[in-house]
Design a protein around this ligand. Structure first.
Ligand code: FAD
Length: 396
């Protein structure tokens, strides 16, 4: 007789988990999502015929197995050399991000910055995000490009409140010589199909029972049960991809997240950003963090171009905050989960660093664990994603 599995959430982590469980066989799977479609923010929608997702969602990975897996379901195309530019108001200039020495030399205050760069040291002793960057690139460059961006991104009054930083290696090493492609050590790709990743999400539908627009009234996680429409359902396996505090009625406190508003704007021009530039970052006091020109990824052909602008907000639980205290609370929630309950994905792991590829990788790992027998598999969730001590070894 098949065993029963419940997947909560139909984003990349939930859908990949359905696939991977089906590959094992013998599982009767139900997926529940309170939205009316699968895919969450990675789902492609249309504005004036222009395909877009909720913010950019290109596929970046180092893992060829994960790339091949996704590519076999939604064929991918390489994104090529896509560049990021960061606007610095005080210089009225766009600079490359990651920061490049050629840009530094062209800055009005380059002498000061170069001398600070020479004296920058001791990054291994950094205790917070701000120290990490100042010890890497000096205070002037940090204030110019990193500080304001970080404070609005994480909605904090001072970036020194961020006490983890290993998730932010993007620009710490200043590039010199030929400008390296942003993801020179990674594969960066986007689905070729106009509807992006949608087939990935929708193709699982015939292999499990999908309940959309469905709210779970309450959870009894120790007994692997949930209540839907006053009915109790009990499972052998629960894979949750939603925030772990929800599963336990916030008993250890509500985990904080940063939300996002996306503003869509069509411009009367085939392309708006320069060639190869896919993102513009704004490192000042303006409210938006970045702009994306969608057609650079989607290769949509049109006389106009759709730009998406991201503004941090309280809407949605999109970004788990990279603060150790909160991550430790998330870990306490994870410890409350019995054998056979896994918490995956970005919110499920409560890790900012969990991207689309990581969600899929977690589902691969889940398959391995379930196949081997998940009894006594602790800690839950998958250990690899929960080693938070490696985030900041200087904080205990
Ligand atoms: C603006 C933005 C841009 C990003 N850009 C990129 C990028 O370019 N590349 C990249 O790799 N990653 C990117 N990411 C991160 C990546 O997209 C996410 O890590 C990934 O989509 C998370 O997938 P998930 O399955 O964990 O969660 P989600 O995709 O959030 O799925 C969770 C699902 O659970 C459902 N749900 C929530 N609560 C409940 C409930 N109580 N009951 C039932 N269902 C519920 C939701 O409707 C949703 O469908 C971006 C993230 C954001 C916010």
């Amino acid at each position: 007789m098949s065993k029963k599995a419940l997947i909560i959430g139909g984003g990349p982590a939930g859908c990949a988990s359905v696939h991977k469980l089906n590959e094992i066989g013998g599982w009767n799977i139900t997926l529940v999502d309170n939205a009316n479609q699968l895919g969450a923010g990675v789902r492609t929608h249309y504005y004036g015929g222009h395909p877009y997702t909720f913010g950019p969602r290109h596929f970046i990975t180092k893992n060829i197995e994960i790339y091949n897996y996704l590519n076999s379901i939604v064929p991918l195309r390489d994104c090529g050399d896509h560049q990021f530019l960061s606007y610095v108001e005080q210089d009225n200039n766009f600079y490359n991000f990651p920061i490049h020495m050629d840009d530094v030399r062209s800055m009005p205050d380059s002498d000061k910055i170069l001398s600070e760069l020479e004296n920058a040291s001791g990054v291994e002793h950094a205790k917070d995000f701000e120290e990490y960057w100042i010890r890497s690139i000096g205070p002037t460059l940090y204030k110019k490009i990193i500080k304001n961006y970080t404070e609005k991104m994480w909605q904090v009054s001072n970036a020194n409140q961020i006490d983890t930083f290993k998730w932010s290696p993007k620009g710490v090493k200043i590039q010199e010589g030929p400008r390296a492609a942003f993801h020179d050590t990674l594969m960066s790709a986007y689905p070729i199909a106009k509807d992006g990743y949608n087939k990935f999400f929708d193709s699982i539908v015939d292999k499990c029972s999908v309940k959309l627009k469905t709210n779970i009234q309450s959870f009894d996680i120790p007994n692997k049960s949930v209540y839907i429409d006053d009915e109790k359902y009990t499972y052998d396996l629960i894979i949750s991809t939603i925030s772990p505090d929800i599963l336990f009625n916030n008993c250890l406190g509500e985990l904080p997240y940063i939300g996002r508003d996306i503003h869509l704007m069509v411009f009367p021009s085939e392309f708006v950003f320069p060639d190869h530039v896919y993102f513009l970052y704004y490192a000042n006091k303006e409210k938006h963090t970045r702009l994306v020109e969608y057609k650079k990824f989607t290769q949509h052909v049109d006389k106009n171009s759709l730009i998406g602008m991201e503004v941090p907000s309280k809407n949605g639980r999109h970004y788990p905050v990279p603060m150790k205290e909160q991550m430790l609370i998330a870990r306490e929630y994870h410890k409350l989960m019995p054998d056979g309950v896994f918490s995956l994905g970005r919110a499920g792991s409560y890790r900012y660093l969990v991207d689309i590829d990581d969600c899929i990788e977690q589902a691969f790992e889940l398959k391995r664990i379930v196949k081997e027998g998940f009894e006594n598999h602790h800690p839950v969730p998958i250990e690899k994603w929960q080693k938070i001590d490696d985030i900041n070894p200087n904080l205990k």
